[in-house]
Design a protein around this ligand. Structure first.
Ligand code: ATR
Length: 339
């Protein structure tokens, strides 16, 4: 096969990653039970051998950091860029966000331990704690950089003003956002802000959690306990019919061009600029190989426009929670819980 995976710089602090990353969440959590460890380690190794070396995880993805730590043994660590995240905490079935300095440090130490590495390449604030000034969270991250525990810092699902304030304390290398051809709201404010400040853009869920790559089949095959059935409005019956047609239109274009819908979705993102890196999630080597093929798909400007227009017909919110606004609405006051 041998697709050449280009390298890109995220931000201007020196972080360099593969143009396509690997979202590792569903190997361990949320889309049904954890997948067999040996298979997932094989998949991670295949990804790295293929040139996809930018691995994305979080301390909120079940035992995913431990899995990645195992996959990094035997000289693999030096070949990859590890991105992990902190800030969402599950307490008695409720999710809260913590950006306090003490917690930032404790979370970082815990991730380093689980990953069994000395330094995290890219450490993201997973969600913004609106009860703690972002300057406080960033101040502690700055200390962790100075101590060599993290190399670069990112924010996930932050507002434009938070990005600006954070960047003034410590230059941000990457902002992670849901950006895909059916989630384009970030193009209004977040992306222009990142570009103005020279911050790299990491696009998560570039395949619409599977709906853009497999259509409604993504849900039919979903295992018991898959959160998409419960929490993702776009997968609900009342919206699925409209959203199915987005996939069908993509299928038509894919058939004409001889490529998959996943490849169209990823190529559309990668053609947005050299500062954009999509991180499709997968648990299958076959799908990883398919995603690699997107690097050879060059869309015409007419095709780009046609794909861009599909977002107008999408029905349903991205989440019922988890966007940067849910914290304001749902979180209780800070109390006596610990890291
Ligand atoms: P996230 O990582 O947040 O779930 P995503 O990257 O938009 O979001 O979509 C991931 C989903 O797309 C996964 O369910 C994945 O399924 P597998 O684990 O079975 O691969 C699916 N997916 C990824 N690449 C795919 C491809 N090339 N063809 C079909 N489905 C794909």
């Amino acid at each position: 096969m041998g697709v050449n995976v280009p390298r890109v710089k995220l931000g201007s602090q020196g972080l360099e990653v593969s143009k396509l990353g690997l979202g590792c969440m569903s190997m361990s959590a949320y889309y049904g039970p954890p997948k067999p460890e040996a298979d997932m380690i094989q998949l991670i190794h295949h990804s790295i051998d293929s040139g996809v070396t930018f691995l994305d995880t979080s301390d909120f993805y079940g035992d995913n950091e431990i899995l990645i730590g195992k996959a990094l043994k035997g000289g693999v660590r030096e070949k990859v860029q590890i991105a992990t995240k902190f800030g969402i905490v599950s307490r008695e079935g409720e999710m809260i966000v913590n950006g306090e300095a003490e917690y930032v440090r404790a979370a970082c130490e815990a991730s380093l331990k689980r990953l069994d590495i000395h330094c995290i390449d890219l450490y993201y604030v997973h969600r913004i704690d609106t009860r703690v000034p972002i300057e406080v969270t960033m101040g502690e991250l700055k200390k962790l950089v100075e101590e060599g525990k993290i190399k670069y810092v990112g924010l996930s699902e932050a507002s434009a003003s938070t990005i600006r304030r954070a960047h003034a304390v410590l230059p941000i290398s990457a902002v992670q956002i849901e950006w895909s051809l059916w989630s384009r709201d970030v193009e209004q404010e977040i992306i222009p802000t990142c570009r103005e400040l020279g911050i790299g853009i990491v696009a998560y869920s570039p395949l619409g959690h599977g709906l853009l790559s497999a259509g409604p089949k993504a849900l039919e095959n979903a295992a018991e306990g898959d959160v998409r059935k419960t929490y993702f409005p776009r997968f609900k019956d009342e919206n699925l019919e409209a959203n199915k047609s987005v996939y069908e239109e993509m299928s038509e274009m894919g058939t004409r061009r001889g490529c998959s819908t996943a490849q169209l979705a990823l190529a559309w993102l990668m053609q947005q600029g050299d500062d954009v890196c999509p991180i499709p999630g997968t648990t299958k080597i076959k799908n990883l190989n398919d995603n690699l093929g997107s690097l050879t798909v060059k869309l015409t400007s007419e095709e780009m426009d046609k794909l861009s227009a599909l977002a107008d017909t999408v029905k349903g919110e991205r989440y019922t929670f988890m966007t940067h606004t849910w914290i304001n609405a749902n979180t209780p006051p800070l109390s006596s819980w610990n890291a």
